[in-house]
Design a protein around this ligand. Sequence first.
Ligand code: AMP
Ligand code: MG
Length: 413
Amino acid sequence: MSREINVTQDCCSSPGLIAVDEALRKILGAGATVEQTEVMDLGNILGRVLAEDVTSTINVPGYDNSAMDGYAVRSVECTEPGVSLTVSQRIPAGQTGVELEAGTAARIFTGAPVPAGADAVVMQELCHQQGDVVTVNAAVKEGDNIRRAGEDIEKGSVILNAGTRIRPQEQGLIASVGQAGVNVRRKLKVAAFFTGDELVEPGEALAQGQIYNSNRYTLTGLLHSAGCEVIDLGIVPDTLEATLDVLKRAAASADLVLTSGGVSVGEEDYVRIALEQLGELSMWRINMKPGKPVAFGKVDNALFMGLPGNPVSVFVTFIIFARPLIFKMQGAENYLSNELSIRSGFEWKGVKRQEYLRVRVRQDESGAYAEIYPHQGSGVLSSTSWADGLVVVEAGKIVNKGDLLKYIPFQGP
Ligand code: AMP
Ligand code: MG
C-alpha cells in the first residue's frame, strides 16, 4: 500500500519542530476541567461556564400576548376589510382584559395579554377609530400578531447546556425564565509573570535599552477577557534564581502558569531551565511564525505555558494555544477557536514555518476578503490592534489573490 505524503509539508517543514496541530492536541490533552462549582448571582456570571443545564420552570412568553399596538378581534368577524366593531375594553401591558364579546374589539398594546375570545390582533395603522367604534381595514387571519405562550421557551425545557459560556445574551435568557442564580465552574486561576531585565512599567521613564512591559497588559487583558482570575506576578529579572523563585510561587497559587519571554536558547533565557528543574518540560519548539518557542509542561499541580517574548508572538500563541486550553480547563463545551474560510486579498510567499498573518476582513463586490497588515514583524504590536484575526499560511505555500485561506477571528468561540 502506498503511503500518502503531504508534499508541501515534506519539502518545507523545519526539522525538530512540532506541528501546530500536534502541539495543540498535546496541550489540550493535558488540560483537565476544574472540578469546583459555585452558585453565582445572575449579575456576576459574565464569562463563566455553566456547570449544569439550566431548565425553565415557566413558559416564555407566559401567556398569549400582542406583538403590536392595535386591536384584538375575533378573526371570523374580520375576514373582509371594512368591518366595524365596538371598542369594549382597553388592555395596556401589565393588565388583563375580560372575555371579548361578539361584535367587539379590544384596544390592546404590545406585550399585553390577548383576552379570551380574541384570536388575532390588527395593527393600529390598519384600523380607524372614531368614538368607540373601530373600522378594521384589513382581512384578518387567526393568530395574526399574537406571540404564543411558550413560543420562545417551553416550560420544562433545557434553555442552556452545561458547558455554555455566559455572554450577555445568555445572562438575559436566564433572567427571562426568572432564575436569580446559576451553578457555574469556579474561575480558572492563571498566574503570569514577565521576564526581561529590559522591562519597565508604563508610567516610568525609559533608560537607554529599556522597553515597556506591554506583554503584561496584553496577556492580563486576554486572561480577564477569557474569564480567568489573574495572579499577576509582574516583572522577573533574567536570573535563574529569580525565575525559580517566581515559578514556585506561581505554581503554588494557580491552575495554569503563563509567562512571557526567556524561553529561547539565549544565555539570558532561564524560563525553560527553571521549568526543567522544578517540574517537567514536555515540548517547546513549534513550527509556527510568529511564536516558535512555546514551552509547555507542568510544575506540581499547575500546567505551565511559556510564551515567547515578542509582543505579537505572545498574542498569537495565546489565541492559538493558551485560550483553547483555558477554555477547556474552564469546562467550556466550545473551546477551539472558530476557523472560517476567507478569500485572500494579497499575495504571499510562505516560509519554512506555518505563518499566522494579521489580517482584517473587508468586503468587495465578490464578498468578504482578508486584507493584510503591511508590517508582519513579531514586534509590531500595532498589527494586532489593526487586525481582527489571523490567516494561516502553510509552510512553503504560495498564496495568490483570491485563494481561500483559513481565518481565525480574534474573537473567541
Ligand atoms: P525573549 O524571548 O525574552 O528573548 O524576548 C524576545 C523579544 O521580546 C525581545 O525583543 C524582548 O525585549 C521582547 N519582550 C520580552 N518581554 C517583553 C514584554 N514583557 N513586553 C514587551 N516586549 C517584551
Ligand atoms: Mg528576554
